[in-house]
Design a protein around this ligand. Sequence first.
Ligand code: NAD
Length: 459
Amino acid sequence: MASQTGAIVQQSLNALMGDSSFLPLVQGQRREQAFQSLAAILSTPNKVHKAFLRIALEDGNVVRIPAFRIQHNDALGPYKGGIRFHESVSEDEVTNLAALMTLKNALHEVPFGGGKGGVVINPRSFSEKELYLICKKYVQYFSDILGPDKDIPAPDMGTGEREMDWMMAEYKSIHPGSPYLGSFTGKSLISGGSLGRREATGKGVYFTFRYMMHDFMRDNVGWLAGSSNPFAATALAYANKPMSIAVQGFGNVGSVTAMEAYKCTDIRGKVVAVSDRNVTLYNENGLDVPALVEYASTNRGDLPSTEETLKSSGIAGELLDREAVLYLNVDVLFLAALEDQIHCDNVNEVKARIIVEGANAPITGEADETLTSQGVIVVPDILANAGGVIVSYFEWLQGRETQFYAEAEVYNQLFAKMQKTMNSILPAYFGDPLSLRQNCFVHAVTKLSAVLYRQGKLY
Ligand code: NAD
């Protein structure tokens, strides 16, 4: 497990070890052994699966592409987690992401374990037919370990409903007669997907921010004002004030987050910047986010990145370099692109006082400590970006029942689940000096530890 996740899991275990109300019957030498078992279980994946997918390209060349499926922990249910297509995928990265899935599901009480997949490709360098073959081969190589009650992949960076449809179809032909609708989530509606799944992560990311800075603040402003907690002071500084917002990443998660921010009437926010792999677009008076979404939908997901394309799009804004989005003078920064975007070398250039992690692990451990020590509110990935896995769970349920929910029902259930988690975390966060990430980890590790103990796994 990468150092940041591993270190916070260990801190959480240390806190639980000293809390005699947790596992009160396990004391003395047995307690030490049990906590050593816990550390070992949570810091290592149960299984690591690796393959080299052999693909015949359209030009006649044959390539072997590294691919992974990491099954971190299944104490709470079948392994669950996305498949990423990106050139920077590595075993370490996928392992860390799988561990985050275990913790995310535990935090939000989703009855799944944690897993993750990855294929080391830049999907833009392959034709549609080649991508189809890569998806088929991925399922062929890992067919024995996947399935609705074993391990259920979903989309992640570089994959979407098209890839999930292809993969489910391959799973179905390899396992004739077996239930297959729950084998993959994030599928298209016609293939048994759920209404709202595509938008779920971005909507959940924005909901987390809105709930904390609007609903929770409104109901708790009295005691927050009397608190000496640095994060309460940061939150209060923004109560009922207009906020400027920047969003890094304009894919599945970032574009939906930006749209939610643009439409939201509860918070007087203005989306002044968005970015993607090529560019940052900035307008201090607010960007026309619906026009940008429309532009990206007809331009392979990209934002206008040259003066000509910006002019012909009719969208008012200024072109800045790709990283500029991180350093703008804004109040809120949503990180919805990829890992390690804020690190020890650039953290002091970041000006936002509220940072929400739509992407997984976009802030390194060292940078996180710096931001926390400065009273910056960092809403961590496992809290903010769980909308995708929560609605994946609804999709899996709908596939089992072959009964499908209306879109409003999906969002109501999603927001109710995220709200319940936040209500169990936010009072502690604003009342003690731990970061929101540490609070979430302690919560998730407590749940996992109790279940592992009840399952007799700690000896
Ligand atoms: P996506 O592929 O749809 O979009 C990624 C975006 O990041 C694109 O706008 C791309 O241009 C941009 N980008 C790529 N490289 C970049 C770089 N070097 N600098 C700046 N921007 C860059 O992916 P997505 O599904 O939106 O996922 C984004 C993040 O959210 C990932 O970390 C993913 O793990 C996480 N996440 C996604 C989901 C989901 O349901 N899709 C769920 C949970 C977490």
